[in-house]
Structures are given as structure tokens and as C-alpha cells.
Design a protein around this ligand. Structure first.
Ligand code: HEC
Ligand code: HEC
Length: 452
């Protein structure tokens, strides 16, 4: 019921936008013919628009060649937008060439809805952003806001040497037209009154440098850097990013029916497949279907042999011995939680499945799970179904294609804490595996219903 109200609200928004945007033939209240879904770039509150400008601004990187969207493209469901990369290592190159992190970009959509990282009574950790939850939300009140302060300064991502460089270019964008709403319009006159040193452009293009500022200007920069993160978070929380406009949403709103195959997939998803135990379907308006409960699990996903991190010797001294410790690795860095590190080794955050199949063209490859080991939804489902049935491949570094050809699965990247109670031997038939994939294809935002 409530979903109908939600959909109706986004419909009104779209109509309002269209009448002053490209599709100017639509007036408020007129039937639109389609249940249109996404907002245009001009849409949103001033703060959302500012956040959007920042999200897409490639100048906010050391080589002025990388934005958040370089790794979180809307056309791919806010994850990695380059098919060839997804098909191999699945980890994206930073602003500086040949620099790579260690994980696949998860969706930046629906991330704002993750609760602040916390320990629930049962010893269960919930919330945060990143695969390991380490963007907790403890600093700025939302995990996605804490997260947004990371990439700009991460040497294997946007790589800027100083947060002042981000503030400098947001206050005075390199391409002014790219920021239809300015930082000061949103956050108040004077928020950009900072005396920048004459050599700031040079400093911001040089690794390891610090922008020299007075104490007062440094305090202003730090406050502005928080406001930048909050602007991004506000954009990410907007209906342009957290759209709730998939066929599944329309189905819940009774605006469209599912095919037999889609219904079969949904039933398997919450029944025999056990998927909804972690990718929860939601109960209603205060608990929308996010397809994650923001908990952490070790599925026993194998290593991705093509992960470029293995050969990043400057950042990864362990080479091919490196394993992704996930939540356990983060907990070990926290005095309050270190005691829980071992029992959480190898656990990764349950990702939303919204937009999991969204791609710009049918031949575009997406990568799945924290290291991008899997290259199709069917492969993921087949792994859940047969992980504990097939023999272990001789080589722990076996690609998914080779594993399928040899009818084996490589050993888990992390052996500890592998979940054997909810997956591994689901006894699904080939048809049932396919129905689950068909169902997941209904989760792409931007679904349109043709006029009757
Ligand atoms: C070079 C690629 C790259 C760039 C640039 C990048 N990201 Fe990411 N993003 C990633 C990767 C990889 C992760 C997962 C990292 C991890 O878990 O340790 C991630 C995680 C996230 C998440 C967490 C999602 C979740 O559910 O936990 C959000 C939100 C996000 N990024 C938003 C942004 C924003 C905002 C920017 C720009 C300020 C940005 N990203 C820039 C690659 C990138
Ligand atoms: C025990 C909890 C749990 C259950 C049950 C579960 N999942 Fe997952 N799922 C996860 C976790 C955790 C990950 C991330 C694992 C990783 O990256 O190592 C994940 C990842 C995925 C991904 C990859 C998404 C992405 O963006 O990379 C897909 C697809 C998926 N699950 C589908 C399913 C389906 C279909 C089922 C039922 C057959 C299912 N899951 C059952 C916890 C679960």
C-alpha cells in the first residue's frame, strides 16, 4: 500500500521536472503514459544539486581525471562502469595510473540507508559503509557521509594530497558551469572566504604536499570538508540515486504483474534459495525492500586471480599471500571491538541487490562480490547452490570460467567463519537457478510501464 504512495510522489516529481526540462510537453496532472522514473540532472534541492556536481567533478582528483562517478556510474546501477575491467580484476585504477585498490566498487545507491555501524546484542555487527563497514557514520551521523571523505584523499583513488584541495576546487570549480548551485549558495556566504596560497594548484598536483593555511583558514577548510561530505550524502539519498523505481517496486504497488518466471524466482528467493534471510525484502514504509540487512557474512568467495592488488607491491607487501579480512580486519583496528575480530574474519557486508543487473547494454559485463570474482548473476547463484557439492579446484587462484569448465570451486579466500548453514548446497535445479536470475533482473531502477 505505502509503496503506491511512494511511487506517486516520485511520479509527481518527474512530471514537475519534465515540464521545465527536455520533455516539455508534460504538464502537472496530465497523464504521462509512462510511470517515468529518474530525475533529470537539473532536478533536486540546491543541496542535492551541489552534491551531484561534486559527485561528477573529475577535477576533484590529483590528475583532474577522476570523479566518484568514474567508479560508480549511474548507468551501471552506481557501480563500476567499464565492462573490460569488470570482466577481469574488477578493481578500478586510481587517478594516478597503475594504482589500484583491492576491492570491487559496490553500489553507491541505497548506501545512505545503512544504519550507523553498531554491535547488536547477539554479537552481530550491523551497518556502516564499505565492504567491511569501516565508514561507520560515527563522525558525521551517516555512514555514506563518512565514506564520502575517503576517496578524495585515498592515494589509490582520487589521490589529492590535502582536503584543502577539495574545498578549493568546490568553492571555485574549474569549470564554473558544471556547478549550477554554488557551495556558498547552499552553505552560506563566507563559507568560501579562505585565503589560498599562490602555489595551491601546484600543491594539489603534487603527492605528499600540504596546502599552507592560517589556523583560522584550516579550521574553515575542515568544516567545509564535512559540508562537502554531507552534500554528497544528501545527493546519494535523493530520489535520483535511491530511486525505488524497479519493476519489483511497480509489482509491489500493483501497477504491473510479474511473469510466471519472475514469480517463481521471487518465491525461490524467499523460500528454497534462502536469499531473503540476508537480502531482506522489507516490511513496509519504514522498512522498504533494500535487499540487505546490512549485516556481514563470509560466503567463502574464492580469490579473484586477476585482482591487480596482488601486484601492487608499494601498497601490498604481502603480494599473493594477501587475503581480504573484511569486517574482522576493520574490527582489529578498533579498541572497543578488537575482541570480536577473529570471529568476523572474512565477513563482508551484505550488498543491496537493487540494480544488481542494471547495465548500459546486454553485452556489458558486471562483476559481483567484494573482489569481483563472479561475472554473471547465474554464476553467483550457481556458487550458492553448489559451493559444497563440487570438489575443490587444485589451484586456489582459478578464475570463475576455469572453475566452471573444470566443474570445481576454488577454496575460499578466507577459510574462517564460512557460512555453511544458509548456502553451499541448496539443491536447486537448473531451472530454479535461472528463475532466481530472472527475479533479480526485476530490481533495476528506471522501469517504465507502457500506457495501456
Ligand atoms: C577508484 C574507484 C573509486 C572512486 C573514485 C570512488 N569510489 Fe566509492 N568505492 C570504491 C570501492 C572499491 C569501494 C569499496 C571499498 C571498500 O569496501 O574498501 C567503494 C565504496 C563506496 C561506497 C560504499 C557503498 C556501501 O554500500 O558500502 C560509497 C557510498 C561510495 N563508494 C561512494 C563514493 C563517492 C561519494 C566517491 C567520490 C567522493 C567515490 N565513491 C569514489 C571505488 C571508488
Ligand atoms: C548468509 C547471508 C546471505 C544469503 C543467505 C544470501 N546472500 Fe547474497 N550476499 C551475501 C553477502 C555477504 C554477499 C557479499 C559476499 C562477498 O562479497 O564476499 C552477497 C553477495 C551477493 C551478490 C553479489 C552482489 C554484488 O553487487 O556484488 C548476489 C547477486 C547475491 N548475493 C545474490 C544472492 C541470492 C540470489 C541468494 C539466494 C540464492 C543469496 N544472495 C543469499 C549474503 C547472503
Amino acid at each position: 500500500m505505502q509503496r503506491i504512495i511512494y511511487m506517486a510522489a516520485s511520479l509527481v516529481l518527474v512530471v514537475g521536472v519534465s515540464s521545465c526540462g527536455e520533455g516539455g510537453n508534460l504538464g502537472e496532472g496530465e497523464p504521462t503514459g509512462t510511470l517515468a522514473v529518474s530525475l533529470t540532472e537539473e532536478a533536486g534541492t540546491p543541496e542535492e544539486q551541489l552534491g551531484e556536481s561534486i559527485f561528477f567533478d573529475e577535477n576533484l582528483s590529483i590528475e583532474q581525471n577522476q570523479s566518484c562517478a568514474s567508479c560508480h556510474g549511474p548507468e551501471v546501477g552506481w557501480t563500476g562502469p567499464i565492462s573490460d575491467i569488470n570482466a577481469a580484476g574488477a578493481v578500478y585504477e586510481g587517478s594516478i595510473a597503475d594504482r589500484f585498490g583491492n576491492r570491487k566498487p559496490p553500489s553507491a545507491a541505497y548506501a545512505t540507508l545503512s544504519p550507523i555501524f553498531h554491535l547488536e546484542k547477539k554479537g552481530l555487527f550491523v551497518g556502516g559503509n564499505f565492504w567491511d563497514g569501516r565508514a561507520t557514520g560515527e563522525k558525521l551521523g551517516n555512514p555514506a557521509a563518512d565514506q564520502a571523505q575517503g576517496p578524495f584523499l585515498n592515494p589509490v583513488e582520487q589521490g589529492l594530497p590535502d582536503n584543502a584541495c577539495v574545498v578549493y576546487r568546490v568553492c571555485d570549480p574549474v569549470v564554473p558551469a558544471a556547478y549550477p548551485v554554488s557551495f556558498e549558495q547552499v552553505w552560506g556566504a563566507g563559507t568560501c572566504d579562505i585565503i589560498w596560497p599562490a602555489d595551491i594548484d601546484q600543491s594539489c598536483a603534487t603527492e605528499g604536499s600540504t596546502v599552507s593555511l592560517s589556523d583560522a583558514d584550516r579550521a574553515r577548510v575542515n568544516a567545509d570538508y564535512d559540508l562537502i561530505a554531507l552534500s554528497i550524502e544528501t545527493y546519494e539519498a535523493s530520489s535520483e540515486v535511491n530511486a525505488f523505481t524497479s519493476k519489483y517496486d511497480a509489482f509491489l504497488a500493483k501497477a504491473v504483474d510479474f511473469t510466471k518466471e519472475e514469480k517463481k524466482g521471487l518465491n525461490l528467493f524467499r523460500g528454497k534459495g534462502k536469499c531473503s534471510k540476508c537480502h531482506v525484502l522489507g516490511q513496509g514504509p519504514n522498512d522498504p525492500p533494500l535487499f540487505t540487512d546490512f549485516t556481514f557474512d563470509n560466503l567463502g568467495v574464492p580469490r579473484n586471480p586477476d585482482n591487480p592488488w596482488y601486484t601492487q607491491s608499494a601498497f601490498n607487501p604481502d603480494g599473493f599471500d594477501w587475503v581480504d579480512k573484511g569486517l574482522g580486519g576493520f574490527l582489529a583496528t578498533r579498541l572497543d571491538y578488537a575482541a570480536y575480530a577473529d570471529e568476523n574474519l572474512g565477513k563482508q557486508k551484505v550488498p543491496t541487490l537493487r540494480n544488481v543487473d542494471k547495465r548500459p547494454s546486454p553485452d556489458f559485463t558486471k562483476a559481483y562480490t567484494h573482489n569481483g570474482y563472479f561475472k554473471s548473476l547465474w554464476q553467483v547463484v550457481h556458487f550458492y547452490n553448489t559451493r559444497d557439492v563440487k570438489p575443490t579446484c587444485a589451484d586456489p587462484f582459478t578464475t570463475v570460467e576455469d572453475a566452471l569448465a573444470r566443474d570445481c570451486w576454488p577454496e575460499p579466500e578466507v577459510h574462517e567463519n564460512v557460512n555453511t548453514s544458509e548456502l553451499g548446497d541448496l539443491k536447486l535445479s537448473t531451472e530454479e537457478e535461472e528463475a532466481l536470475v530472472t527475479f533479480m533482473k526485476t530490481l533495476s531502477d528506471g522501469f517504465e510501464i507502457a500506457a495501456p
